[in-house]
Structures are given as structure tokens and as C-alpha cells.
Design a protein around this ligand. Structure first.
Ligand code: FEO
Length: 170
């Protein structure tokens, strides 16, 4: 059984992951609007991945006998000046999510909730990957600057991404 404080924090994280999904969906719409279909497809995969993260927390709360309480999802931003501005925004967002996961880990430690610590370990590793993949695109966009052929090449590369459920959940 989850302790009250832990349950509240995990419920809050479900909302944070759902907000992430919503933010990426908003970015997908932005990239569609500027005809960068590859960037938009990359965002769609990320929408699904964030939804998966949220559901992973959802299932865990249920598994531990807790009640999931869903809160309102905040309105995400809808426009960015450039693809680089959008990716810098999500890099900042992912760094914030990493801090949230670290806070949860600290709370689980303080509450001596070993099961939750083990559960959160997956997210600690996942955040390293998330920050790295977004950071890589940020770096490429900084190199590209105003070179449209570089942007179209990157668009084609990002468009190849597809979301597949991690092995253990298939
Ligand atoms: Fe669910 Fe991108 O962190």
C-alpha cells in the first residue's frame, strides 16, 4: 500500500506526463503548420511515448492499491518562432521532468518505499535518453542556423522515428 504523500506525488506525476504529451501534440501541430512533416512525425511519436509514461504511473498506482485521481491538464503553448525555439523549449521541459523524477526518488527514499524506488529507476534512465535525444536535435538545429537544405535533411531524418512499446510491456 502506498503512503499518502507518495500517492499524492505519483498522481501529480501522471498529470505532468499527460501535460508533456499535450505539449508535444501542440508542437506537432506547430510543425504541421510550417510544413515540416518529419518534425511533426517525431512529435507524434513523443506524444505516444509521454502517454505511455503517464499510463505506466497510472498502472503502478493501481497495482499498489492506490486510487488514481486525474486533474485538469494545463493549456500548452501553441506557437514557436523557429524549430530551434521549439526544441529548446522541450529540452528545458525535459530537464524539468528529470527534476520531478529526482524529487519522487528522494521522497520514495525518505518514505522507505523501496518498491517505488525500483519502479522509478526506469524513469531515471529514460530521462537520460530523453534529454540526450532532444539535446542532439537542439545541437543540430544550432549548426544548421538558417540553412534550409540542412533543415530539410534533418526533417527527413526525424520523420523516420516511430514509437514502439518497450519490450517488457509488449
Ligand atoms: Fe515523460 Fe519526456 O518525460
Amino acid at each position: 500500500m502506498l503512503k499518502k504523500k507518495m500517492l499524492k506525488a505519483l498522481n501529480k506525476q501522471i498529470n505532468a506526463e499527460m501535460y508533456s504529451s499535450y505539449l508535444y501534440l501542440s508542437m506537432e501541430s506547430y510543425f504541421q503548420s510550417v510544413s515540416l512533416a518529419g518534425f511533426a512525425a517525431w512529435m507524434r511519436s513523443q506524444v505516444q511515448e509521454e502517454m505511455y509514461h503517464g499510463m505506466k504511473f497510472y498502472d503502478y498506482v493501481n497495482e499498489r492499491g492506490g486510487k488514481v485521481v486525474l486533474e485538469a491538464i494545463a493549456k500548452p503553448e501553441g506557437d514557436w518562432k523557429t524549430p530551434l525555439a521549439a526544441f529548446e523549449h522541450i529540452l528545458h521541459h525535459e530537464q524539468m521532468v528529470t527534476a520531478l523524477i529526482n524529487n519522487l526518488m528522494e521522497l520514495a527514499g525518505a518514505e522507505k518505499d523501496h518498491a517505488t524506488k525500483i519502479f522509478l529507476q526506469w524513469f531515471v534512465s529514460e530521462q537520460v535518453e530523453e534529454e540526450a535525444s532532444v539535446g542532439e536535435v537542439v545541437n543540430k538545429l544550432r549548426l544548421i542556423k538558417n540553412d534550409s537544405s540542412g533543415l530539410f535533411l534533418l526533417d527527413a531524418q526525424l520523420g523516420k522515428r516511430t514509437f514502439t512499446l518497450p519490450q517488457q510491456d509488449m
